[in-house]
Design a protein around this ligand. Structure first.
Ligand SMILES: *Cc1c(COP(=O)(O)O)cnc(C)c1O
Length: 424
């Protein structure tokens, strides 16, 4: 393809990557070990589509693992990044973009009276958990199986995302001692929660939960269960942390907490609020946040926190999302339409799958992993790029059109036909 002269081709690039990067990647799921074969290296993206190094184009449902709700290279976001970079890419000092992004987040999520920015979702969760421990003077935390909260040692037990994809219950390299204070519960198991609380209630600092699960495929919210968590944490003086690194600004212009009508104590954000650049944030009311240094004794610091280029990408994104406030409904329906159609097409061909969809997130599960592999490769051949694991969620952006969705449905239909034939 003419356009790509002077550029490495897919195969060469993957080969070079494997020589110098561990497994050819900087994050495990990207290696395609779940679906097999070479991963697709991505050269560029625009709107709902990405291009690989051979010049093939794909409708993208990975969207930087949920960060790009406006699609790729959105004009206003790119412009904001350029302007901010022109003023200097970082200072390690207070600057206006930090204040503006924090204010915009607070206006959308009033619970967050005070905010601390960091550079990843992992750091946001680590900060929130340390804060909860500092505030309560307790050590134990409760997390749920299949949830992913970043790669902090004490949260890598029975975690979703890449750990689930690789079938690892706990990461190697995590001393057992570090998991001593982590209690892993099953989502929805009220009895177990009650038992844990009656036994350890006064030793628990926090319960951390993804209000809508995004790291074991899409896991539907269970408002009754979340309300129970809210009640029992209050009763025992335990802080409830919502990990909204994926869900913040995903379903409406605000938090999933608001969407579900539940008021946690601390909310963690990431992904969308950075407009595609590395970000994390956590926040709460004054009473809790004042425990954080420099006001209080809970220490958390970082060289790149509140980076002006990142903040500016976030501001541009939230500014556009505020204007799209009434369009979330359409985005959610478009995703529901896609999910239903995929389900229907699978039934037409007698292929057994389950589709989970909530707002602009969806995931597809097959009876057998080998079926997912065939389906996945078939979709890639048709120019559709899904997350390369059944444990990851797929996302729809405001840039996706009805035409993109229809094309995806046709590709899925073809993939199911291939699967049905291979079974005969
Ligand atoms: C992505 C994610 C994280 C980790 O964020 P990073 O920016 O990858 O460190 C934490 N929690 C949830 C729910 C996530 O989806």
């Amino acid at each position: 393809m003419k356009k790509n002269t002077g550029r490495k081709r897919n195969k060469d690039l993957i080969k070079s990557a494997r020589r110098i990067l561990v497994g050819g990647v900087n994050s495990p799921v990207r290696a395609f070990s779940y679906v097999g074969g070479d991963p697709i290296p991505i050269y560029s993206g625009k709107g709902p589509k990405v291009s690989d190094y051979d010049g093939n184009r794909y409708i993208d449902y990975v969207l930087s693992y949920g960060a790009l709700i406006l699609g790729h290279a959105k004009g206003e976001v790119v412009q904001a990044i350029k302007e901010a970079a022109g003023l200097g890419v970082g200072f390690g000092a207070t600057s206006n973009p930090e204040v503006e992004l924090a204010e915009r987040i607070r206006d959308a999520i009033p619970l967050l009276k005070k905010i601390r920015f960091v550079s990843s979702g992992t750091e946001a969760v680590m900060g929130a958990v340390r804060l909860a421990r500092g505030v309560t003077g307790r050590d134990k935390i409760v997390k749920f199986e299949g949830a992913y909260h970043g790669h902090a040692d004490y949260l890598l037990a029975k975690a979703g995302s890449g750990l689930a994809t690789l079938g690892l219950p706990v990461s190697k390299g995590v001393p057992r001692e570090f998991l001593r204070h982590t209690i892993v519960a099953q989502r929805g198991d009220i009895e177990y929660i009650d038992r844990i609380f009656s036994r350890f209630g006064s030793d628990i600092a926090a319960v951390i939960v993804e209000p809508v699960g995004g790291n074991d495929g899409v896991v539907y919210p269970d408002p009754g269960f979340l309300k129970h968590l809210r009640r029992i944490t209050k009763k025992y003086g335990v802080l409830l942390i919502f990990d909204e690194v994926i869900t913040g600004f995903r379903f409406h212009f605000g938090s999933a907490a608001q969407y579900l009508g539940i008021r946690p104590d601390i909310i963690c954000l990431g992904k969308i609020i950075g407009g595609g650049l590395p970000i994390g944030a956590y926040g709460s009311g004054e009473r809790i946040m004042k425990h954080l240094a420099p006001l209080g004794g809970v220490y958390q610091a970082s060289t790149f926190s509140g980076n002006p280029v990142v903040m500016s990408a976030g501001i541009a994104t939230l500014r556009l999302l505020a204007l799209l406030r009434d369009d979330y409904e359409r985005l959610n329906s478009l995703t529901a339409y896609l999910a239903h159609a995929i389900c229907k097409k699978s039934q037409d061909h007698g292929v057994s799958i389950s589709v989970q969809q909530f707002g602009a997130m969806f995931s597809i599960r097959f009876k057998r992993r080998s079926h997912f592999r065939v389906f996945y490769r078939s979709l890639l051949d048709e120019g559709i790029y899904l997350a390369p694991s059944e444990h990851e969620s797929n996302f729809v952006s405001f840039a996706h059109t009805k035409k993109d969705i229809e094309k995806t449905i046709r590709a899925a239909n073809k993939a199911f036909r291939v699967l049905a034939q291979s079974e005969e």
